[in-house]
Design a protein around this ligand. Sequence first.
Ligand code: BLA
Length: 235
Amino acid sequence: MFDPFLKELHAGIESRGGRLATVPEGLEQKRSDKQNSEIRSWLWDVPGFRRWRVTRLDAGDSLQVLNSVAYPAETFDHPLLGIDLLWFGARQKLVAVLDFQPLSQDPSYFERHYSGLKNLHAQFPDLSGEETMRSFDPNQYFSPWLLFCRGGADQAQSSLPKAFTPFLAAYWQLHDQAAQAKSPMTSEDVINLQKAYDVYSAERDPAHGLFTSHYGKEWSDRFLHEFLFPASQSA
Ligand code: BLA
């Protein structure tokens, strides 16, 4: 379902000089025979970024997932790229979340970094519903202009493909702009806020139960703390 997006994301990363890095052993790929599903992950070293991870889960008609987070280098205070796309084929249900995940909720931070996402939010009302968050706090590490949709085949097949390319383009543009300007946050602040994102996300991530049911508790705990949110390990 999301393979064209995965391809596009990886092509964009490669065109920016991204190189594959090593995923901790045993976490690169895992199959569940019981659930007939496979999860596969990639880690990228990308100039201007501290860490960029990508995960694809293929459980056929029951579930398809594309998930990715990009952590900018500590010299940049701009938002993380956050992508979480889920397609429950049997129920024809889409959960799509695309955001520039802010390190601060300060109006001046939004002023600096969100003109691109604001435009997309206005351009794709179909993906910009006022969905309620059940596990996350919308005022922590999410922006007011996130694209967040609980929808169906229409959104999955028409709106999302139209929005995905400009969404990535807007993020690269944001990154390029940030590279021209001096970051008002110190590197230490940026690192601490990115680490707090990991700790917070590891606590709230609604995917843990899903991973456990597919791949067992031991593997899922490792995947969560060593790959998805590595700074949550020391917490
Ligand atoms: C929701 N994300 C979910 C849900 C699942 C996942 C199972 C609940 C579905 C539902 O609400 O109906 C799945 N999350 C995953 C998977 C991974 C993961 C498979 O981390 C890892 C491979 N989630 C993110 C990122 C964002 C994000 C980067 O991982 C930001 C764009 C957002 N996911 C997000 C939000 C929800 C969600 C906002 C709704 C949660 C809520 O209601 O509070």
